[in-house]
Design a protein. Structure first.
Length: 154
């Protein structure tokens, strides 16, 4: 009788453990989906960078310079288009042929100079051709009134 009780209890524990393991795997996948990373070749190694830590990426011909929130710059041999395809288009915006900017770090926009001021004293140019795209993509950003700044500025 004791053996039957233990066997049935062991089955219940195993079923509960399997359920908890499945829930844990589900939660891990949700966390991984929220934390997106890119792998950057740097100094002969591969470095993982969380996309939220990128302020902007600046192009220089076939090279790109990645500006991070810790004031670090990483030079890569990848083009800006390569990084644009790797990063989330809801988070990053192409404001110029030479700049890919994280929308969360835009502080101000200057219509007269067509520049965006970002955190850490970084600036990015805005092309005339892409200024309407900037307005459309930043309309949901409460901290940046870019729509009214670039309106009718041709």
């Amino acid at each position: 009788m004791v053996i039957n009780y233990l066997n049935s209890h062991t089955d219940e524990v195993a079923a509960k453990m399997a359920q908890l393991e499945a829930e844990l795997q589900f939660l891990k996948s949700r966390i991984q989906a929220q934390i997106k990373t890119i792998i950057v070749p740097h100094l002969g190694m591969r470095r993982m960078i969380i996309d939220r830590n990128i302020i902007m990426i600046k192009s220089d011909s076939n090279y790109s310079e990645i500006y991070l929130v810790n004031n670090e710059k990483i030079l890569t041999s990848k083009t800006l288009k390569y990084w644009q395809n790797k990063l989330d288009t809801d988070m990053f915006i192409r404001c110029h042929a030479s700049y890919l900017v994280n929308k969360a770090y835009i502080i101000t926009a200057q219509a007269s100079t067509r520049t965006l001021t970002l955190i850490e004293s970084n600036t990015a140019l805005v092309s005339r051709r892409l200024s309407s795209n900037i307005c459309k993509n930043l309309s949901d950003q409460p901290t940046c009134n870019v729509k009214s700044i670039f309106k009718n500025q041709d």
